[in-house]
Design a protein around this ligand. Structure first.
Ligand code: SF4
Length: 242
């Protein structure tokens, strides 16, 4: 089959050109085809601040493994995301951290904030419900709410971003923002931002669980189209009939 476009996710080459000094890549390989773009990207690392950030991030990456000098190398990761976040923020000399969290994860935000406090950071935290503005303001109909017939404040990621921008945070952390609300936060936040956790209402905010179980409990991801329960049921019957 002809290679069209860039598709690293499906690259079957074992000795990859992007991972080995003398590796190979398929015809669509961006390491082989995208020279000008790679060059353009590389120039951005010459910016002093970007270069230091990129350097510190890669130093932190290495620092998350043990026994790095033992041969043959066996991967021994040692640090959780929270430890990585604390170490990286210390490495960068950050003092004031912004925390944009989902109102549904207020408890988790309080725990994260307390831990960061204990490590000497000043945490400016903002809930997604900030402003308490009714969802009707962005055109949500009553039947489109989570609790039909009730007052529901809209998620307000643009306000979260602007409040953290005004606070002059050194670095920002997203905790559990909804899909799409996270996109708006990233569009409007000025400073560099990391994701501590993404929203996944079913898997304890671990969306990877659905990928890891796509051949067992989440096989519907590969075998069914989405729709109403009735539509899904009728499709299931037709799948069963083969
Ligand atoms: S950069 Fe090239 S070799 Fe590396 S994963 Fe992508 S297609 Fe494969």
């Amino acid at each position: 089959m002809e290679d069209i476009g860039c598709n690293c996710a499906k690259c079957a080459v074992v000795e990859k050109i992007c991972r080995l000094e003398k590796g190979r890549g398929p015809a669509s390989c961006p390491t082989k085809k995208e020279g000008p773009t790679l060059e353009e990207a590389l120039e951005r690392y010459d910016d002093v601040e970007i270069k230091e950030f990129a350097r510190a991030a890669s130093v932190q990456e290495g620092a998350c493994y043990a026994m790095r000098d033992a041969k043959p190398f066996v991967m021994i990761p040692t640090k959780s995301r929270i430890e990585e976040l604390i170490e990286f923020s210390q490495r960068m000399g950050y003092k004031r951290l912004g925390l944009a969290f989902c109102g549904g994860l207020t408890y988790e935000a309080a725990v994260l904030s307390e831990i960061l406090d204990k490590h000497g950071f000043e945490v400016i935290s903002v809930s997604c419900k900030v402003g308490g503005i009714p969802k009707e303001r962005i055109g949500i109909k009553d039947e489109e709410k989570i609790r039909i017939g009730e007052f529901e404040p809209m998620c307000n990621p643009i306000a979260q971003a602007k409040i953290l921008n005004h606070a002059g945070t050194d670095f920002n952390i997203m905790l559990g923002l909804c899909l799409g609300h996270d996109s708006l936060f990233l569009k409007y936040i000025d400073g560099l931002t990391t994701v501590f956790a993404v929203k996944d209402r079913v898997t304890g905010h671990n969306p990877m669980a659905a990928l890891y179980t796509h051949k067992s409990y989440y096989q519907r991801l590969m075998k069914m189209e989405f729709g109403s329960p009735e539509e899904m049921k009728s499709r299931l019957v037709s799948y069963d009939k083969g």
